[in-house]
Structures are given as structure tokens and as C-alpha cells.
Design a protein around this ligand. Structure first.
Ligand code: FES
Length: 122
């Protein structure tokens, strides 16, 4: 028998989900469930996080800019999932750029990112 718990609403195994915490400019937080393998852009949209993501993930804007916690940023770096040259170019024009800035549409969630904290820039 499969002992994994199933999210009966969505038919998704709970062990395929991670938690992502969005931190708003005023310091308030929203904890969200996210599926491993989906992009941060999906999580932003599915949870009504107020980030425009204007190009829908086509890597043609920088409106999905977010600042990751250092641990999560480093996990992506060491996992060979660092920002591409195109992402770096777009990040250069994003406001509130930090060392751990990424474009939400380019971050694919993995199990190791469970608990990641995502700061929404001002
Ligand atoms: S949504 Fe446009 S670059 Fe991410």
C-alpha cells in the first residue's frame, strides 16, 4: 500500500510539495504550498502574490524579480541552476537588486528548497 499522503483536492502527494514563504515589503509573510518541479512564477500566480510577472515567464521582462534567502540561492547555484546570461541581463534593470536576486519565472522548485523564503522587492 502506498503510504504517501495524498492531497485529495488536487491528487498530489504531499511529499511532492514544499513550503515557500513570501515576505512582503512591510514584513508580513504568506506561507504557500508549492509543487516540486513547478516554477516560482506558478506559485506567485496560484497564491495571488502581488508581483506582475508581465511576460508570463518568457524571459522578456524583469517584473517577476524576487530576492531569495541566501541558503536557497546557494542551493540553486550549487545545483547548476544559477541564472542564465539572459536572466542576468534582465536582472540588471530590476529595481531593488540584491546579491540573491532571481527572476521568479526561472526558478524551478526542488525538494531541497523546502522552506525557502522569497522577499518581494519594494
Ligand atoms: S515573468 Fe517576465 S521575465 Fe519572468
Amino acid at each position: 500500500m502506498n503510504e504517501n499522503k495524498i492531497d485529495t483536492l488536487h491528487g498530489i502527494q504531499e511529499d511532492e510539495q514544499i513550503k515557500v514563504v513570501f515576505v512582503f515589503p512591510d514584513g508580513s509573510e504568506k506561507e504557500c504550498e508549492a509543487n516540486i518541479g513547478e516554477t516560482l512564477l506558478n506559485v506567485i500566480r496560484n497564491n495571488d502574490i502581488p508581483i506582475p510577472c508581465s511576460c508570463g515567464g518568457a524571459l522578456a521582462c524583469s517584473t517577476c524579480h524576487v530576492v531569495l534567502d541566501e541558503k536557497s540561492f546557494n542551493i540553486l547555484e550549487s545545483d547548476d541552476k544559477s541564472a542564465s546570461e539572459d536572466e542576468e541581463d534582465l536582472l540588471e534593470v530590476a529595481s531593488g537588486l540584491e546579491d540573491t536576486s532571481r527572476l521568479g519565472c526561472q526558478v524551478i522548485l526542488t525538494e531541497e528548497l523546502n522552506g525557502m523564503r522569497v522577499q518581494i522587492p519594494r
